[in-house]
Write a protein that binds this ligand. Structure first.
Ligand SMILES: *Cc1c(COP(=O)(O)O)cnc(C)c1O
Length: 358
């Protein structure tokens, strides 16, 4: 068996939820578990976070998985129904739906059946999903008039740049949202993880948090550990070769890296076929036997090559940590030109997932 594993720390997930609750104050917490819980595994994460006030998913299929696992709290389909037929399934599974578009409003108006809980999404400036500000009140009135829509329509919006604490866009979005929804009845939901850190006044009645639950930060240069959150995934493998390399010899596909001196090169059993980013350049950190070392040369499908000058005693079979614990995934992501979310979401099926209760 390949020695490549992603260990999911269930205790870290639970403690991160508790930390999030502290920051959320009186607001309720929706644990966002889309994309297979940011790559950590939907069912295991939902089990660890079973006392979240709600779950947020990207598809009805994920709602079905959560109901099948026995979760009884609200489950919000974050982009809502994709077709009129979806509404029957939403009712059967007792899911909440986001309504962000005129087309969805029309399907609800044409549908029959028990009332559905709706989150009305208003576009306050991100320009991805949501009713335009000037149509928010009319959309709310049409929904509120429908017997097929439950009372307590939640008014929501999503931030485009809450990870940039000095970007005025967030304050502008808050103000625009408040103006467009003034006087409308119902709870409010604005904040994602980054907004909870940087814009505490925007908490509203429901916060929708994903990243921080997993110990992931979207804030450039500031891993979630800086805010007191623990990484929930450790990605590790082992050395499968340790070889001498002479000064001037080149390493890997396209021979992109050249040994600056006589040295020892390690080869570890992980590559882009596991979800380790091919874009990680020479210099991207890893921990070999707990010592910081660096990837050199191209990341290949099954293997990476490592400069072992900082871990000269390393032997075949020794552990290599790619991220987690003392090496934030955000650091690796920054080297690879992306964010931690992208890396944890990208784990492939051949990676062995292991659960750690602690
Ligand atoms: C993914 C998502 C969130 C959670 O964002 P994080 O940055 O992971 O906290 C919140 N709201 C919506 C609408 C989302 O799609």
């Amino acid at each position: 068996m390949r020695p490549t594993s992603a260990t999911i720390h269930l205790g870290a997930l639970r403690r991160n939820l508790a930390r999030l609750r502290e920051r959320a104050g009186a607001a309720r917490v929706m644990a966002v578990v889309k994309a297979d819980a940011y790559g950590h595994g939907l069912e295991r994460v939902a089990r660890a976070l079973a006392d979240a006030d709600a779950f947020g998913v990207a598809s009805i299929a994920d709602g079905l998985r959560l109901r099948a696992a026995g979760h009884r709290q609200r489950i919000v389909v974050l982009s809502g129904p994709d077709s009129p037929a979806d509404l029957a399934e939403v009712r059967r599974l007792d899911l909440d739906v986001v309504v962000h578009h005129e087309a969805q409003l029309g399907w609800l108006e044409a549908a029959r059946g028990a009332p559905v809980r709706v989150w009305l999404k208003v576009d306050s400036g991100m320009h991805r999903l949501g009713f335009p500000l000037e149509h928010a009140a009319a959309a709310h009135a049409r929904l509120a008039a429908l017997p097929g829509v439950a009372d307590g329509i939640v008014l929501m919006t999503h931030f485009a740049a809450s990870d940039e604490f000095d970007n005025p866009l967030t304050a502008m979005q808050v103000e625009a949202f408040q103006r467009a929804t003034a006087g409308l009845a119902g709870p409010r939901s604005l904040s994602n993880s980054a907004a909870l850190l940087g814009w505490p006044a925007a908490r509203g009645d429901w916060v929708r948090a994903g990243g921080l639950l997993y110990g992931l930060s979207a804030i450039e240069g500031r891993p979630a550990a800086e805010f007191g959150f623990e990484p929930a995934m450790t990605l590790a493998t082992r050395l499968v070769a340790v070889n001498p390399l002479r000064q001037g010899e080149r390493v890997g596909y396209a021979a992109t890296w050249q040994a600056p001196a006589d040295m020892v090169l390690g080869v570890a059993a992980i590559g882009y076929g596991d979800g380790y980013p091919r874009s990680a350049p020479s210099g991207t950190p890893v921990l070999v036997n707990g010592r910081r070392a660096a990837i050199v040369g191209r990341v290949s499908m099954d293997l990476v090559t490592i400069d072992l000058r900082s871990a000269p005693d390393a032997r075949v079979g020794d552990p290599v940590l790619l991220w987690g614990g003392a090496l934030p995934v955000e650091t690796v992501a920054a080297a690879a030109g992306t964010i931690g979310y992208d890396l944890t979401c990208g784990m492939t099926r051949r990676v062995l997932f292991v659960e750690d209760e602690a």
